[in-house]
Design a protein. Structure first.
Length: 159
């Protein structure tokens, strides 16, 4: 008597031909899921921001050669085109999106918005994560405080 952990489903494709069933077994079902999804994030202008994402398929102990997911990111519903020479934004090996220096000004807010991680394994399909909002806060700057003082009288001390 053996105990097994995990699961395996076997798809069968069946069709009939003159009242006979012909079934063909396909490859076992392999689960495909996000182990980490992005969350709403508050970033500081000029500082780095990290949106986490990681997708997996199969059980590495049972399937050491499980295919790796190709991860892409959407911002405000549109896929980001991350050029290799874009040193400011890149997808890390685990699938997370790193923005090395968040850009944000009164008229230019290219990093603020909603982000979604999309993972694809050609043999399994595509899955999309929850959406996460990246909000950018400006750096706090406390300048000099100007106060006016009115002298109402004088105090003298004697020793």
């Amino acid at each position: 008597d053996r105990n097994f952990s995990g699961f395996c489903l076997l798809y069968q494709f069946c069709y009939t031909h003159r009242h006979y069933f012909n079934c063909t077994a396909a490859r076992p079902f392999s689960p495909f899921w996000f182990s980490v999804e992005p969350w709403d994030t508050l970033a500081v202008r000029g500082a780095p921001a990290l949106l986490n994402c990681s997708a997996h398929s199969g059980d590495p102990a049972l399937e050491p050669t499980a295919p790796q997911a190709r991860v892409e990111w959407k911002k405000d519903g549109t896929f980001l085109s991350l050029a290799p020479d874009d040193g400011r934004r890149r997808v890390l090996p685990d699938g997370s999106l790193l923005i090395s220096s968040v850009v944000h000004s009164k008229h230019n807010k290219p990093d603020e918005g909603t982000y979604q991680c999309v993972a694809t394994i050609d043999s399994l399909g595509t899955i999309a994560s929850r959406t996460a909002r990246l909000t950018v806060a400006g750096r706090t700057h406390l300048g000099p405080i100007h106060r006016k003082y009115i002298i109402l009288g004088s105090i003298s001390f004697s020793g």
